[in-house]
Design a protein around this ligand. Structure first.
Ligand code: ZN
Length: 402
C-alpha cells in the first residue's frame, strides 16, 4: 500500500543497475495427479534451472491467500501497487485491452450490443453473438454520437463487445451497470452511486437514448448495455515512486495498458519472444527497468492443455540466454497468478518466483519449480513486496532509519 511507496520515495537511490522482470502469465500450475509434477516441473528448463542456482526462490501471493486474481490485479501487485488499494474497473481494463490511451478525465464503459423487442425488452443480451464484420461498422456509427460538454469515443473490441469512453471535466466513475443480467426486461437505468457520478449517469442515459435511435434498424444489434463503468485509478508513476526509468515490452494490448497505467514507456514489442528480446537489446541503454510479458503460459493453462503449457514454459526458458547476455544486475522470473491446466482457469495458488542477483543468499535450488520454490529462501510473500526486493538487490534503496 502507500506505505511501500512512502518508503521507496524516501529511500530510492539512483545507480546504473538494470532490472529485468520477466512475467510468464499464469506461470504457476498443478500436477494432473496427486504426487505428480506441475507444468513448470515437467518442462525441460535448463536455462531457468541454471539461473535458479544463483538465485533465491519463493512463492508469491498475488493478492491474498485463496484469492484468484485477474491479470490486472496480478500485474499491479508485481509492480508493487496494492491491488486491493488500486482497483481497475472492467471498463478500464477493456479500454486498456484495445490500446486506448485513457486519460485522467475519462470514464470507460464496457458495452455489449443486445437485442430489444418492440416493447424495449431485451431478448438477447449478446445480440445473437454478431461477428466482427457487423460489430465494427456499428461502432463506427455510434462513434458519431455527440453529447454536449463531453467527448465521446466508441471503439469496437470483438464480436458484440465494445468500449465507450466519455471524456470531460469532473466526471465521476461510480455508476451501476445497465445490464439487467436477464432477458424479458428493459435495460436498467444507469444509477449513480455518488454525487460526483450524477452527471456521468446522465451522460450514459443520453448516450443510450441516442444509440437507440442510431441502431433502430440494426437488429439483432439494436441497442447496447453498459457494464463496468469506471475511471482509471489514480496511480503514482513507477519512475516517481522507485526512481527507475521503466520500459514495457509486451505483445498483448492489455499488458501494455497495465504498464502504461503505472507510467512505463511502452515499446514496440513485435509479435514473438524473439522480437521482444531484440527490442530489449535495442533499448538496453535507454532504461533501467524492463518488464517483459509472455502470454502463452496462461492461455494454454486456460485451455486445459497441460502439454502445451509445458511447451510454452520451455519457450520462456529459451528467452533466458539473451537476457543473461545483457548482464542485468537483477533478473526476476515470476507470474502474475497461477493458471493450472488442471483447473482451466486462474487460481489462487501462490506463484513460483525467483530473484537472481549477485547479492542473493543462494538457497541450494537446482531447479525452478513449485516444490523448489516452496522451500526457497524468499519463502512465501505477497507479490506487492517483490519490487522492494528487486530494488534492494539492484542497490537502489538506502538504509531505513539511523
Ligand atoms: Zn495473467
Amino acid at each position: 500500500m502507500t506505505v511501500i511507496h512512502d518508503l521507496t520515495r524516501r529511500l530510492q537511490r539512483k545507480n546504473d543497475s538494470k532490472i529485468v522482470l520477466l512475467v510468464a502469465d499464469g506461470l504457476g500450475g498443478l500436477p494432473l495427479e496427486p504426487g505428480g509434477k506441475t507444468e513448470l516441473e515437467t518442462a525441460s528448463t535448463p536455462n531457468l534451472d541454471a539461473l535458479a542456482q544463483r538465485a533465491s526462490l519463493g512463492l508469491s501471493t498475488p493478492v491474498l491467500p485463496g484469492i484468484a486474481p485477474g491479470s490486472g490485479p496480478g500485474h499491479l501487485g508485481l509492480f508493487g501497487y496494492d491491488p486491493l488499494e488500486y482497483e481497475i474497473g472492467r471498463g478500464v481494463l477493456e479500454a486498456l485491452g484495445i490500446d486506448f490511451d485513457l486519460g485522467p478525465n475519462d470514464v470507460a464503459v464496457r458495452g455489449n450490443f443486445c437485442t430489444i423487442d418492440g416493447d424495449g425488452n431485451i431478448t438477447d443480451r449478446r445480440a445473437g453473438r454478431i461477428g466482427n464484420d457487423v460489430g465494427k461498422p456499428l461502432c463506427e456509427k455510434l462513434d458519431q454520437i455527440e453529447i454536449p460538454g463531453v467527448e465521446v469515443f466508441v471503439r469496437h473490441v470483438k464480436e458484440y463487445r465494445l468500449v465507450v469512453v466519455f471524456r470531460g471535466e469532473g466526471l465521476g466513475g461510480n455508476v451501476d451497470d445497465t445490464d439487467p443480467q436477464r432477458t424479458g426486461v428493459p435495460p436498467l437505468a444507469p444509477n449513480p452511486r455518488d454525487e460526483a457520478s450524477k452527471r456521468t449517469a446522465e451522460i450514459c442515459a443520453e448516450f443510450v437514448e441516442k444509440a437507440r435511435e442510431v441502431l433502430k434498424d440494426d437488429a439483432p444489434a439494436n441497442l447496447l448495455t453498459m457494464r463496468g463503468i469506471a475511471k482509471r485509478p489514480d496511480i503514482p508513476t513507477f519512475e516517481e515512486v522507485y526512481g527507475t526509468k521503466p520500459a514495457a515490452i509486451a505483445v498483448y494490448p492489455m499488458y501494455r495498458g497495465l504498464a502504461r497505467l503505472v507510467g512505463m514507456d511502452v515499446l514496440d514489442a513485435g509479435t514473438t519472444p524473439d522480437d521482444q528480446l531484440s527490442r530489449l537489446e535495442a533499448a538496453w541503454n535507454d532504461y533501467d527497468f524492463f518488464f517483459l510479458h509472455y502470454k502463452y503460459t496462461d492461455s494454454s493453462g486456460e485451455d486445459g492443455n497441460f502439454d502445451l503449457k509445458v511447451q510454452k514454459t520451455e519457450e520462456v526458458d529459451g528467452m533466458i540466454p539473451r537476457i543473461n547476455a545483457l548482464d542485468p544486475t537483477v533478473v526476476v522470473v515470476t507470474g502474475d497468478h497461477s493458471t493450472p491446466a488442471k483447473q482451466k482457469a486462474h487460481s489462487w495458488h501462490p506463484v513460483p518466483t525467483m530473484i537472481a542477483a549477485d547479492t542473493c543468499r543462494f538457497d541450494g535450488s537446482t531447479h525452478f519449480g513449485e516444490n523448489a520454490c516452496q522451500v526457497g529462501g524468499l519463502g512465501q510473500f505477497e507479490a506487492k513486496y517483490l519490487m522492494l526486493q528487486a530494488l534492494a538487490h539492484a542497490g537502489r534503496l538506502e538504509k531505513f532509519g539511523a
